[in-house]
Structures are given as structure tokens and as C-alpha cells.
Design a protein around this ligand. Structure first.
Ligand code: B12
Length: 856
């Protein structure tokens, strides 16, 4: 079949995907643990029959049985079970089924019943979608798979699909925006139409935090043909997601739900939504604007056929161009054209000695800290400029973008004049960034627009061309129009261009502010365009620059400025911003303003308190070394439980996921004589508790949890090194097994227990995390171990702790078991028959002393 025009088919009306595959194969005998894609080679007739059944119900798009077909699972290049063979045979099965029904036959060559053949014809075309699912591995920094490796793995499956002759590619069940990007990018490079559907949880977020709006913005940027949702939830739980998708998407929306939420019955997964109920819900989903409908786990040909019969009678809502200009991080979208967007300008070496030094010395931590400070000061977006002639800019840009995205959830503005650095950063960016910049010069537009088209982005366009910066607003509008027109030639919409009409210093050109303001107003009013401005240029060469900048900023906002590149650390600028938004009805109930005014007050009080403290210290003669003029930072409520100011920076570093900084701060606290247990109990654990609470309340997401865990581990490594240097080196007092139980990968607490025990002279056999009961028992028997310590952090893993204890009791009854971990309580410990429970690591030492003292 030839490459299809997906949009053309979808413009005709509703289109339909098949429903579930895995559940059908299981019903046909697929065993737990057996790879379903293998069935393409061994049970082709089952696969063909499944496609045939769906086609008889009237579907258009078949999903090849290749959900998990990738080189991680099918790495063998010899024999039959190669990736190419699996994909080719899956495609052939789909093709055979299509051929049969289009000829009015079933798979045995008998004629189809006339009413069935009618349904087949009414579908209006049949197409084969190469089905690509997630790799089952997390991408860096959350896991150990590099983005480029993920891309290469997907590219191999895509190449196999292209060779097999699929018509389009369906990237589905993605739970992470970054992995979605790797799969979509690899698919787009095939030239085939690409459909992306992601799986949201009940809070309507992907596992790594993105909401539907974010996925739409990013996926449209990457150039997919349709975007949507599949799996995880039943149709009723998806209604809100569909509303969001249709609200923001300018491309058709796809909805492939499960037959309800899965539950287990007698060891089997079952789905409760019947074809009738499914159809009722899907009618509502169609009425909400979904254009392509199908099913996922638990749905059968009966669900899909009944749904098609009903939905086809409806009138589809049109696919319309939506007016939203958006950029995204991995987790959220920022909308332009509503209230002014603040773009932090501080990650930039221009005029900053310390920042230049950081770039030369590869001090990434300093750069990250600059970004995090801007975030604290309420920037919406961070500009990232790391250009210095003496460094490798592309390498530095890529590193900084990736490291920043690991510690902040703000979207970034990639700011470089080096097209290589630009492309590499855009390729690796997790989301849809701002692109800074193009201008009216043909050469620049021809270089940058293709990149913006390929990777997506909101492009900053400066009103300067081969003849320089026009002296009039009219001239700048002329360049803006030229840029819009040129962008359109590249397929880039006007809503993805943000014009920077440039501000020149009024000290050199007295009328420059007025010209710029007029240009902003006219781009806004006459062209309906977005504008962005580097505000502070206006006062270059003048004293009291903040005064000029903040008034100019206010004037620009009044003219309709959409975004400012500015210093969020400037109080005057922020005052102007918050007051303007409140006055201009862009701040509901003045909440933003009230919050900011409260921060200013807290800042004032903190400074006053510091001044009084200094004065008192001065009066009592203890003032030496104090009052060095360092600005006083008011405390953030998040850290209210941290009473000791000395530990606050470490707590902050862990919460924010600043690995290197956490290590350094721990080192300095230890050097200053702080006890390691005090650091653990009063900084490390409370910091992780803050993150854990955020995670529970859904204000923090898995990426942040992971980065914090890494930072806590980095802090702990420093403690461990110091402790092991000072540790007693005498006789071994006893040998102890430690393990985090099966199903649980939390090991920070267990590692702390280990170091303490070692420090007190015990030899620890650390079996790691996610350890099966059998291994623990086997090791205890083989090594004749008297004491085993088990750790569990989740309610769901307490049963595996219990199972371990049971097995130990049965096979090695003389071994004692101590347990711990955040979910454990003395009651639980008793219930699961443990010998000892401790709420902290020190307890393990006390118990070991008891156990081994008795034995000696
Ligand atoms: C860090 C962290 C992670 C990290 C773990 C990294 C690592 N290498 O350990 C990552 C990001 C990987 C992670 C993943 C997940 N996490 Co998590 N995670 C946490 C977090 C924030 C901190 C845990 C921690 O390290 N605390 C600090 C240590 C030092 O404390 P501790 O382990 O309790 O240890 C102390 C004592 O208990 C004791 N102790 C510990 N073990 C032992 C053993 C013995 C023998 C003794 C005597 C004493 C003892 O000594 C230690 C020092 O005093 C907690 C929230 C929290 N505040 O607990 C959530 C939390 C545990 N995670 C949670 C969840 C749900 C998950 C995920 C399922 C998330 C997901 N959707 O994927 C996955 C689970 C994957 C899996 N299969 O295990 C939930 C669990 C909910 C529940 N009650 O079941 C929590 C409570 C967060 C929440 N509020 O929702 N997580």
C-alpha cells in the first residue's frame, strides 16, 4: 500500500482503530511471560483472525502485533526470530486480513455475509499502522537509557516497518514525554504519518508528570498527524483528558481506552465495561471532539463493532486550528498571549565574570544554581546561553540543557547563534522549547526554520535584516511580516513565532523607547502577533537602570508585550510585573500580587532580624566575621520543619536534586564537626520527606523524586567515606545480611544501616534491593548467618518481607530477623513475625550488639 494521506482520510469523518490485542491473544492461549510478538511467527492464523474480526466491525486502522518488537527483546540477528522477520510477518498478517475482507472473503476464502461486507466498505479504506510501544526502560536522568540510544532502538523497529510496507506508525501507551519524543522522532524520519497516544493516570498526568496540554504542544511541534490517549483508563475516566486534548489540539484527536479499569479475579485480569457500556461512553467521547476512535486492553471486536455502528451515525466535530502559542518542559506547558511571560536572562555569560569562569571551569553546578535561583524568583522560562569563544559550545549547550532539565521543570529558551549547538540542543530537549533566535536575514531563517519545523519550538524573531535595524516601527513591522511569510513557507505557523522588536538604549537614541513601544503595540493590534523583548538594553549607559527598566517594562506590557527577557532577581522589575498584572485583570483575585507582596515583607523582616542580630553581636563583641553584606534570604514555607539554618542549604540541595552541591555541603558540615547521624536525621531524611510529601500531593513528580534520591545518595557517599576512614578496624564482631525486599527498589535507608553496622565492626553481606526471599535464605544458609536485616518502604512490599521471614523460619530457624523502613511499625513487625524493629539505623546497631554479645 502506498503512503497515505492520513489527514485526507480523517477529514472525511470518523475513523476507527482496532481494539485490544494482548487480551485476545491471552484468551487464545498466550502464556504469562510469553512474548506476544512471537505469535506472528508461530500462530499467524490467530493474528490474522483477530485483524479479520476487527475489520468486519468496520475499522480502518489495523495495529500490527509489534507492541514490544524492538532490538532489546529481539536482538538475535540470526535464525527466524529477528526483528525484521517479526515486523514483516506482523505486517503480512494485517495485509492478508485486509486483502481478504476487501475481496469480500473471510480467511478461509468463503464469502462474507452481505451486511458484513457493507460494513467493510463503509470504513472507507484500510491501513496498516506499525504499532510501537515503550521500551520498558527509563531514559536518563531517570533511568540509564540515553535518549540517543532510545532513538536508535526505535529507529530499527521503524526501519523494519518501512521495509515491511506499513502505511503509518502508531506510537502508543507512552508514559513519558521524553521516550515519546525518541519514538516519534525516529518515526517521523521515516516520512510516514505518525500518530501518538499516551497513557495517563487517574490524575490525568503521565508517569513523569506531563498533562494532555503539554503532550499536545510537544507532539504538534514534532509534527505528528494525530495525538491522543490510550490504555490505563476506561472511557469514563478519560472524559476530562479528551476535553483537554480537543481544546488544545489543532490536529485530530485519537482515543483508544481500555474496557474499564483492570482488576484481578482468580489470578486473571478482567475488565468490566461491556460492549454496550463502552459504546455509550464512546459516543460521549466522539461528541467531545475525538475523531479517531478505537480500543485498548480488554476491548474486543464486539466492543469496537458496536461502537462503530453507533458513532458512525454521529456528526463529527471539526478539526480546527487552535489559537494557543505554547512551549513546554517535560511536565507542563506555558501559554503565551495571556499574561506576560517572564524569561530569566541570567544563564548567560555576557558581562558576568563568575558565569564565564563557571563555563571555563566546567562548573555546571554554578550554572544550575543560577537557573534554580531564577525559578525561585518566579521566572516562567529560563534562557540558556553558554556561548564563549574558548569553549566547545555545542557540547556545553547539550550538557547544560540536559542537566537543567534534570533539576528544573521550567521550559527553556535555547539561545545560541551556533546552528550546530542549536540543532543538538533541540534534538535532546525534553518538550517544546523557545528558540532564540532568527531574524529577517534570509540566511539565518533558512538555517533555523528547518530545525524549528523538525523539532518544534516557539521561535524568537528579531526585527533586523541585511540592512540593520529599521529606525521606525513601520520598518520593524515590515520585517515581522517578512518573517511570518518565510516561516509559513517552512510550514511554521504564525502562532509559533514571537517577534522581538528590539530595544536600543535611550542614552544613544533618544526616541528608541517610543519606536519599540509603537512596534509592540502595532504587532499586537495590527498583526495579532506575539512579542518578546530584552528589556534592560533600554537603559544601557545610564545610572539607576532599574528605574528606567521597570517603567519601560510597564509601558511595554501596556502595549501588549507577551514576554520579557529579564532579571527576575530585580525587585523593581518584579514589582512592575505583579502590579501590572493585578491592575490589568491578569491576576485572579490579585493572588500573585498578594503572594509577591508577602515575600517582599518577609524579605524585609529577615533583613531587619539579621540587622538586629548583628547589632547585638556587635554590642557583645561577638560580631567578628558577621554582616558581610550577603543578602538575607527569607525562609521558604516548604522548609518550615528545618529548625537549624546550617542544614537548610543541604536540605534545599537535596529537594532540588543538586547532586554535586549536596555532596559538597555535606562535606563542609562534617568538616565543621557536625555528627554524621545528625546530618542524616536532621537534613537528609527530612529533605526526602519533603519530596515524598510533594510526590504524594502530586506537586512533585517521579523525575524530581529520582533526582532528590540521587542527591541524598551523593550526600550519603560523603558521609560513608568519612565514616569508613574513621571506622574501627578491629575484629569482626559478627556477619549480617542486609537486603531491601523483593519488589522494592528503595535502598537509601538500607545503605545507611549498612554503613553504621560496618562502622561498628560488623561485616555486612549486602544483597542489594529487590531481593527475592530465596536468595536471602540461600545466602543465610550457605554463610551460616545469625542476623538478617530487611528493609521495605512500600505498603505493597510488606507482604514480600513477610514471605521472606516465613521462608527463613522454615529453612533456617536459628536466624534472627530485624526489620525497618518507612512503612514499618512495631505492630506490623510483630504481625509478620520479625524479631526486632527499629525506626532508625542506630537501632540496628543496638540490636546487633545484643545479638552478638549473647552469642560470644
Ligand atoms: C527516595 C524515594 C524514591 C527513590 C528511591 C531511590 C533509592 N535508591 O532508594 C525512587 C525515585 C527510585 C522511588 C521510586 C518509587 N517510589 Co519512592 N520514595 C522515596 C522517598 C521520597 C524517600 C525514601 C527514602 O530514601 N527515605 C530516607 C531513608 C533514609 O529513610 P528509610 O528508608 O525509611 O530508612 C531509615 C529507617 O526507616 C531505617 N531503616 C530502613 N531500612 C531499615 C532496615 C533495618 C533492618 C532497620 C533496623 C532499619 C531500617 O533506617 C533508615 C535511617 O534511619 C519516599 C518518601 C518518604 N519520605 O519516605 C518515597 C516513597 C517510599 N515512594 C513511594 C512510591 C509509591 C514509589 C514508586 C512506586 C513511584 C512510582 N510511581 O514509580 C517507586 C517504587 C519503585 C519500587 N518498585 O520500589 C511511596 C510509597 C507509598 C507506600 N506507602 O507504599 C513513598 C512513601 C512516597 C509517597 N509519599 O507516595 N522512590
Amino acid at each position: 500500500m502506498m503512503t497515505m494521506d492520513l489527514n485526507e482520510r480523517i477529514n472525511k469523518g470518523f475513523a476507527f482503530f482496532e481494539g485490544g490485542c494482548g487480551t485476545i491473544l491471552q484468551a487464545a492461549g498466550l502464556q504469562p511471560g510469553e512474548l506476544p510478538e512471537r505469535w506472528n511467527l508461530t500462530h499467524g492464523e490467530v493474528i490474522e483472525k483477530m485483524h479479520f474480526d476487527y475489520l468486519c466491525g468496520g475499522v480502518n486502522f489495523l495495529k500490527t502485533n509489534t507492541f514490544g518488537a524492538n532490538i532489546l527483546k529481539y536482538s538475535d540477528e540470526s535464525g527466524d526470530e529477528t526483528l525484521d522477520n517479526i515486523v514483516a510477518s506482523a505486517t503480512n498478517h494485517a495485509r492478508n486480513a485486509i486483502k481478504a475482507v476487501e475481496a469480500g472473503k473471510d480467511m478461509q476464502g468463503n464469502d462474507l455475509a452481505p451486511e458484513v461486507f457493507e460494513k467493510v466498505k463503509a470504513a472507507g479504506g484500510h491501513y496498516i499502522a506499525l504499532d510501537i510501544g515503550p521500551l520498558g526502560k527509563m531514559l536518563k536522568p531517570l533511568g540509564d537509557l540515553a535518549f540517543t540510544d532510545a532513538f536508535d532502538i526505535f529507529a530499527k523497529t521503524v526501519a523494519a516497518g518501512v521495509k515491511a510496507g506499513v502505511d503509518l506508525i502508531l506510537v502508543e501507551t507512552m508514559t513519558d514525554l521524553y521516550e515519546s519524543k525518541a519514538a516519534v522522532l525516529a518515526s517521523m524520519e521515516s516520512g510516514l504519518p505518525v500518530v501518538l497516544t499516551t497513557a495517563y493516570d487517574e490524575t490525568h498526568k503521565l508517569l513523569t508528570g506531563a498533562d494532555p496540554k503539554t503532550v499536545v504542544a510537544a507532539a504538534e511541534g514534532w509534527g505528528v498527524s494525530c495525538v491522543g490517549v490510550n490504555c490505563s483508563l476506561g472511557p469514563d475516566e478519560m472524559m476530562g483528558i479528551v476535553d483537554e486534548l480537543y481544546k488544545y489540539a489543532s490536529i485530530p484527536v485519537v482515543v483508544n481506552p481500555n474496557a474499564g479499569l483492570p482488576r484481578t479475579e482468580n489470578g486473571k485480569t478482567v475488565y468490566d465495561v461491556t460492549p454496550e457500556l463502552f459504546t455509550e461512553s464512546m459516543k460521549k467521547i466522539a461528541a467531545k471532539g475525538a475523531r479517531v476512535l478505537g480500543g485498548c486492553c480488554g476491548t474486543t471486536p464486539a466492543h469496537i463493532a458496536e461502537m462503530i455502528d453507533a458513532v458512525r451515525k454521529m456528526e463529527p466535530l471539526p478539526v480546527t486550528e487552535k489559537p494557543y502559542s505554547m512551549i513546554t518542559s517535560y511536565s507542563h506547558a506555558v501559554l503565551f498571549g495571556q499574561k506576560p511571560i517572564l524569561i530569566g536572562e541570567r544563564i548567560n555569560p555576557t558581562g558576568k565574570k563568575k558565569f564565564k569562569e563557571a563555563l571555563r571551569n566546567h562548573d555546571i553546578d554554578h550554572i544550575l544554581q543560577v537557573g534554580l535561583d531564577e525559578q525561585d524568583k518566579h521566572a516562567d522560562v529560563l534562557d540558556v546561553n553558554v556561548g564563549l569563544p574558548e569553549i566547545d559550545e555545542p557540547a556545553m549547550m547539550v550538557e547544560v540543557v540536559q542537566e537543567l532539565q534534570a533539576v528544573t521543570d521550567l521550559p527553556l529558551q535555547i539561545d545560541t547563534t551556533d546552528p550546530v549547538a542549536m540543532e543538538q540542543a533541540l534534538r535532546l530537549y525534553n518538550g517544546k522549547p523557545m528558540i532564540n533566535s532568527v531574524n529577517g536575514k534570509d540566511e539565518v531563517m533558512d538555517q533555523i526554520f528547518p530545525l524549528a519545523k523538525k523539532y518544534g519550538g516557539l521561535v524568537v524573531a528579531l526585527t533586523i535584516d541585511e540592512e540593520g535595524i529599521p529606525k521606525t516601527a513601520e520598518g520593524r513591522l515590515r520585517i515581522a511580516k517578512k518573517i511570518y511569510a518565510r516561516a509559513e513557507e517552512y510550514g511554521i505557523k504564525k502562532k509559533d513565532i514571537i517577534i522581538d522588536p528590539l530595544a536600543m538604549s535611550i542614552s544613544a537614541e533618544p526616541d528608541s523607547a517610543l519606536i519599540t513601544l509603537e512596534a509592540i503595540r502595532r504587532i499586537h493590534d495590527e498583526l495579532g502577533g506575539l512579542t518578546s523583548l530584552g528589556v534592560s538594553n533600554i537603559s544601557f549607559g545610564l545610572p539607576g537602570r532599574e528605574m528606567v527598566n521597570s517603567v519601560f517594562f510597564t509601558q511595554a506590557m501596556q502595549c501588549g508585550l507577551s514576554a520579557a527577557i529579564m532579571n527576575p532577581g530585580s525587585t523593581e522589575m518584579m514589582k512592575a510585573y505583579y502590579a501590572f498584572c493585578a491592575l490589568n485583570m491578569q491576576d485572579e483575585n490579585c493572588m500573585g500580587f498578594i503572594g509577591f507582596a508577602g515575600e517582599l515583607q518577609a524579605q524585609k523582616e529577615a533583613e531587619e532580624a539579621a540587622r538586629l542580630e548583628m547589632a547585638a553581636a556587635g554590642a557583645s563583641g561577638n560580631g567578628a566575621g558577621k554582616g558581610t553584606g550577603t543578602p538575607v534570604k527569607p525562609r521558604n514555607d516548604l522548609y518550615a520543619d528545618i529548625k537549624d539554618d546550617r542544614k537548610l542549604p543541604l536540605v534545599e540541595a537535596i529537594v532540588k536534586g543538586m547532586k554535586d552541591r549536596a555532596g559538597l555541603l555535606t562535606g563542609s558540615l562534617m568538616e565543621a564537626g557536625m555528627d554524621s547521624l545528625e546530618i542524616i536525621d536532621e537534613a537528609l531524611i527530612p529533605a526526602l520527606d519533603i519530596v515524598g510529601r510533594g510526590f504524594e500531593k502530586k506537586t512533585m513528580f517521579l523525575p524530581q523524586l529520582l533526582m532528590s534520591a540521587e542527591s541524598a545518595s551523593a550526600a550519603f557517599s560523603v558521609i560513608r567515606e568519612t565514616l569508613s576512614k574513621s571506622g574501627e578496624t578491629g575484629e569482626i564482631k559478627g556477619r549480617i545480611i542486609l537486603a531491601t525486599v523483593k519488589g522494592d527498589i528503595h535502598d537509601i535507608g538500607k545503605n545507611i544501616v549498612r554503613v553504621l553496622l560496618e562502622n561498628y565492626g560488623y561485616e555486612v553481606l549486602d544483597l542489594g534491593k529487590d531481593v527475592p526471599p530465596e536468595l536471602i535464605v540461600e545466602t543465610a544458609k550457605k554463610e551460616n548467618i545469625k542476623l538478617v536485616g530487611l528493609s521495605a518502604l512500600m505498603t505493597t512490599t510488606v507482604p514480600s518481607m513477610e514471605e521472606t521471614i516465613k521462608l527463613l523460619r522454615a529453612e533456617k530457624p536459628d536466624t534472627l530477623v530485624m526489620v525497618g523502613g518507612a512503612v514499618m511499625t512495631p505492630e506490623y513487625a510483630k504481625m509478620i513475625n520479625a524479631d526486632f524493629y527499629s525506626k532508625d539505623a542506630m537501632g540496628s546497631v543496638r540490636y546487633a550488639e545484643e545479638v552478638f554479645a549473647v552469642k560470644q
